[in-house]
Design a protein around this ligand. Structure first.
Ligand SMILES: [Zn+2]
Ligand SMILES: [Zn+2]
Length: 295
C-alpha cells in the first residue's frame, strides 16, 4: 500500500520568506543591480582618494548607520524603544532612508518577523538556511505583493498610520538621488564614490553581519530560543547592535549593552537625546509593548 505523506500547511511568513521557493526567475533585478553597482563603486573608491571624500564617508557612515539604521529603523520604528521629538524624528527618518536599505515600512516588517520567527521557519534571514543567505542573498528576491500586504497588516499596522514614516516610505529613492547628486556636485567623483558607494557598502555589510555573524559566532548572556550571540567586533562596527543576544532577550529595550564593557554607542546617542528632552518614553530592560506583540 502506498502511503502518501503530505507536508504540513505552511503559514504566510514561511511562504513569503522560504528560501526553497525562490528561483532565478524571481530575482529582484532592481535590488540585485543596486547592490552590485554600489559594490563596484566601493571597489573603485580607493583609486579616487581625497580627504574630502574620506570625511564624507565617515560622517555619512555614522549618520546613516548609527542614526538611520540602528537608532531609527531598528530601535525606534521596529521596536518602539523610545519616542523622538518631531524634528529629531524627521531627521532620523531621513538618515534611515539615506542608508539605501529599503523603505522604512518594509525594513521594520521584515525585522518584526525576524523577532517573531527567529531561526524558525518564516525567519527572513536565518543562517540555518545558509550563512550567505542570511548575510545578503535573501535580499535579492522579489516576493508576492498580495502576501506583503497581509503581513504588513499583521506586523506594522502602527507604522502604516505614522505620517512621517509613510512620507519617507513614499519618497525613499528621491533622497538618495539628491544625496548622490549633491556629493558629486560638491566634491566630484571622489566624494560620490567615498560618500555614497563605499559608505553605503560598508553600512550594508555592518547591518548584514547582524543577520549572519551574530546568529553564528559569539557568546550568550541569555538562554533565548534562537541562535543569537553577542559579538564584540560587530558591536564596535555597528554602534552597539552586535550585542544581539542581549537584544533578542530584551527586544524592546533601547539599550543593547548589558554589561559595563558592552559598549553601545547608539545608546549614548539616545541618552543624549533624553538629556536634551528630544527622546521620551525610553524603554529599559525587559518591558513589554502590548501594541507590538511581535517585537
Ligand atoms: Zn536576530
Ligand atoms: Zn531587533
Amino acid at each position: 500500500m502506498n502511503v502518501i505523506v503530505t507536508a504540513p500547511p505552511r503559514d504566510l511568513e514561511t511562504q513569503y520568506f522560504d528560501p526553497d521557493n525562490l528561483r532565478l526567475k524571481s530575482i529582484s533585478w532592481p535590488n540585485f543591480l543596486a547592490i552590485l553597482l554600489i559594490h563596484v563603486g566601493a571597489l573603485a573608491a580607493p583609486f579616487f582618494f581625497s580627504w574630502q571624500g574620506l570625511a564624507a564617508m565617515l560622517g555619512l557612515y555614522w549618520f546613516t548607520g548609527c542614526v538611520g539604521v540602528t537608532l531609527c529603523y531598528h530601535r525606534m520604528l521596529t521596536h518602539r524603544g523610545f519616542r523622538l521629538h518631531p524634528v529629531a524624528r524627521t531627521i532620523a527618518h531621513l538618515a534611515g532612508a539615506l542608508s539605501m536599505q529599503g523603505k522604512p515600512l518594509e525594513w521594520a516588517m521584515s525585522h518584526r518577523i525576524h523577532h517573531a520567527r527567529s531561526d524558525q521557519p518564516g525567519d527572513p534571514h536565518s543562517p540555518l538556511d545558509g550563512a550567505w543567505w542570511s548575510h545578503f542573498v535573501w535580499l535579492l528576491f522579489s516576493r508576492s505583493d498580495s502576501t506583503r500586504k497581509i503581513l504588513a497588516a499583521k506586523y506594522i499596522p502602527d507604522l502604516a498610520k505614522d505620517g512621517v514614516c509613510v512620507f519617507f516610505d513614499r519618497t525613499y529613492l528621491v533622497w538618495n538621488v539628491v544625496l548622490a547628486a549633491a556629493l558629486f556636485y560638491l566634491g566630484g567623483l571622489s566624494c560620490f564614490l567615498w560618500g555614497f558607494c563605499l559608505r553605503t557598502a560598508l553600512v550594508y555589510h555592518m547591518t548584514w553581519l547582524i543577520n549572519s555573524a551574530t546568529h553564528i559566532w559569539g557568546y550568550r548572556n541569555y538562554e533565548t530560543t534562537d541562535c543569537s550571540r553577542n559579538l564584540w567586533w560587530v558591536a564596535l562596527l555597528t554602534f552597539g547592535e552586535g550585542w544581539h543576544n542581549n537584544h533578542h532577550a530584551q527586544p524592546v529595550s533601547a539599550y543593547h549593552g548589558h554589561r559595563w564593557w558592552e559598549i553601545d554607542s547608539t545608546g549614548w546617542v539616545i541618552s543624549a537625546c533624553r538629556l536634551l528632552g528630544l527622546a521620551t518614553q525610553v524603554r529599559v530592560g525587559k518591558s513589554a509593548d502590548p501594541a507590538n506583540p511581535q517585537a
